[in-house]
Ligand binder design. Structure first.
Ligand SMILES: *[C@@H]1O[C@H](CO)[C@@H](O)[C@H](O)[C@H]1NC(C)=O
Ligand SMILES: *[C@@H]1O[C@H](CO)[C@@H](O)[C@H](O)[C@H]1NC(C)=O
Length: 538
């Protein structure tokens, strides 16, 4: 296990509940989690290498300055085309300097891989970009990607530990989405081969899967920092869309059977005051440390309950009921308003202590509540969740506009002195995360309020200005200063998520319509399974 995981066990260091805002006493460092959003590792290596003059993707042009972008792009179609150019720029650079590697280091101009991918050249950026290229109509690029996947995508040679969650949402999700868009069965064979390699993770007494698989040894294990050997809620709770779809396409229930077992455990287990803690022991079926969050470690568990209901065309009522109960408890216990301006936010809970912090990741709830609102039959309930989505969309926007770069930080806090701003230097970075623009995309589709498109465009202008380097897009270490320092990683989810949601927000609604497609948590769209003809079945 690499060093970065050798962190103290949280529960032993936890501050007793002081009744105060948590900022006075800095809480113990937890791993920067949701490895989908790798951070710790990515921040390790700022490249010392200076840009190589003249070797960048010359013909793609240099970054436009903020003023140009502000004035020349009033039309949606121009904005959409600009996003497409951003896609091309990131892609061309990946192709030029890192083809086949998982990700690109845009300043070093070389390949990059995070530990979540194990050790292998498994082209995460290619698989993550595939459906976005197709949706944007970049067909030459799409064909290159398909070709690479057909010839080269193979996890059997990967050594080290693969994250089950990340492999599922990016690789299985990306491949199944490409199948959904094209009916090309090559993608199904590839997805199935990968899913089969993950099967050792499910060999536990409860059926709750472990976090990591070693493909060479065919063994599985949990993160060594996780509370008492526990599995993580957002990890084992974010497999269902992919595994059910895979079972449906392959007509083999082995994958969906695993999901049914997880569902059974979660359904029957006693919650803690109605809340789901983030840690569950796969051997005993008992909760670990009582940390509750809609940000890191919890987030997409809630998302997948709702989306299981959506993708089944409202047939999976058990998922919806579990979702309703969980959200009800979250609202009662963790929804707060800031003292200063009554900004709404979801805090976190650590034991009995409330931490008044919201992650950039947690802004995904905007999209979740928006799409829920759209699907609720009860008008009161629909209105309630739209309001929740609007309020939190606004809070997440405040976290963006209160920085120098107009890009939001990794986490922001609410105290007597702080409102929607990062407090510690360790939470001021931005790694090309999509959740905030994702939320605004859904809000645009559902409310048609122009401000959401404008907020998205402002974010695009900022990313172009501060994250673009000559060799591709990079995360930045501090959103509160205009003299940016780059982290030298072009995350694969830039292609899968940020660029896709941005392209869609400036497109018409019939490009990936929300009543026909459900996005997995990596923004890979899957078809709603009982649309049209099947709808008469019940
Ligand atoms: C894929 O197959 C389905 C079912 O036969 C069909 O409705 C859909 O149009 C096909 N999609 C493409 C892109 O060919
Ligand atoms: C797959 O889903 C469709 C509904 O879209 C359903 O009719 C079919 O029976 C499912 N197949 C399997 C094998 O689950």
């Amino acid at each position: 296990m690499p060093d970065q995981f050798a962190l103290p066990a949280l529960h032993r260091l936890q501050q007793p509940d002081s009744g105060h805002h948590p900022l006075g006493a800095e809480s113990p460092r937890r791993p920067e989690f949701r490895w989908k959003r790798t951070t710790r590792e990515d921040r390790k290596g700022e490249s010392a290498a200076p840009p190589i003059p003249g070797s960048a993707a010359e013909n793609l042009g240099s970054p436009l300055n903020r003023i140009d972008l502000k004035s020349g792009y009033d039309q949606n179609s121009d904005r959409r085309d600009f996003i497409k150019k951003m896609m091309k720029f990131g892609w061309e650079n990946y192709k030029k300097y890192a083809w086949g590697s998982n990700e690109l280091k845009p300043i070093s101009r070389t390949g990059h891989s995070a530990s979540i991918f194990g050790n292998g050249e498994t082209g995460a950026s290619i698989v993550d970009a595939l459906d976005t290229l197709h949706i944007m109509g970049l067909m030459d690029e799409y064909e290159d990607a398909r070709q690479w996947i057909a010839m080269n995508l193979d996890f059997t040679k990967t050594s080290g530990d693969l994250s089950v969650f990340e492999t599922n949402i990016r690789f299985i999700g990306g491949l199944l989405s490409a199948y959904g868009l094209t009916n090309d069965t090559m993608y199904v064979d590839k997805a199935k081969a990968i899913a089969n390699l993950l099967m050792p993770a499910f060999e536990t007494p409860t059926g709750i899967p472990l976090a990591l698989v070693n493909v060479q040894r065919k063994t599985a294990s949990n993160w060594n920092w996780a509370s008492g050997g526990a599995s993580i809620l957002s990890e084992f709770g974010t497999l269902q869309l992919e595994f059910d779809y895979l079972s449906n396409i392959t007509k083999n229930s082995i994958y969906s059977d695993k999901m049914a077992r997880i569902r059974e455990v979660l359904q029957s287990i006693q919650k803690v005051d109605g809340l789901y803690p983030n840690y569950l022991n796969p051997k005993t079926g008992k909760w670990g440390q009582h940390h509750v969050s809609v940000g890191a470690l919890g987030d997409s568990f809630y998302e997948y309950l709702l989306k299981s209901w959506l993708i089944s065309d409202h047939r999976d009522v058990q998922a919806k009921q579990m979702y309703d109960e969980a959200i009800d408890a979250l609202e009662k216990k963790l929804l707060f308003k800031s003292e200063q301006n009554q900004l709404w936010y979801f805090a976190e809970k650590k034991g009995s202590r409330i931490e008044h912090k919201m992650d950039h990741l947690a802004c995904f709830v905007v999209g979740m509540f928006a799409i829920q609102s759209k699907n609720e039959k009860n008008p009161e309930k629909s209105k309630h969740f739209l309001e929740l989505a609007e309020k939190i969309a606004d809070t997440c926007h405040e976290s963006y506009i209160r920085t120098e770069t107009h890009i939001g930080p990794e986490s922001f806090r609410f105290t007597r002195d702080a409102e929607a701003v990062a407090v510690s230097n360790r939470e001021k970075y931005y790694i090309l995360r999509p959740e905030v623009v994702e939320g605004w995309f859904y809000m645009w589709r559902i409310t048609k309020n122009q401000k959401y498109r404008d907020w998205c465009w402002d974010a695009a202008v900022s990313v172009e200005q501060y994250c673009r380097t000559d060799g591709g897009y990079s995360g930045i270490r501090n959103v509160y200063t205009k003299s940016v320092s780059h982290d030298d990683v072009q995350q694969s989810f830039l292609f899968a998520e940020w660029l896709k949601y941005m392209y869609l927000v400036f497109s018409e609604d019939d490009v990936v319509p929300l009543d026909k497609w459900v996005f997995n948590t990596e923004a890979h769209p899957f078809p709603v399974r009982f649309s049209s003809a099947d709808a008469s079945l019940n």
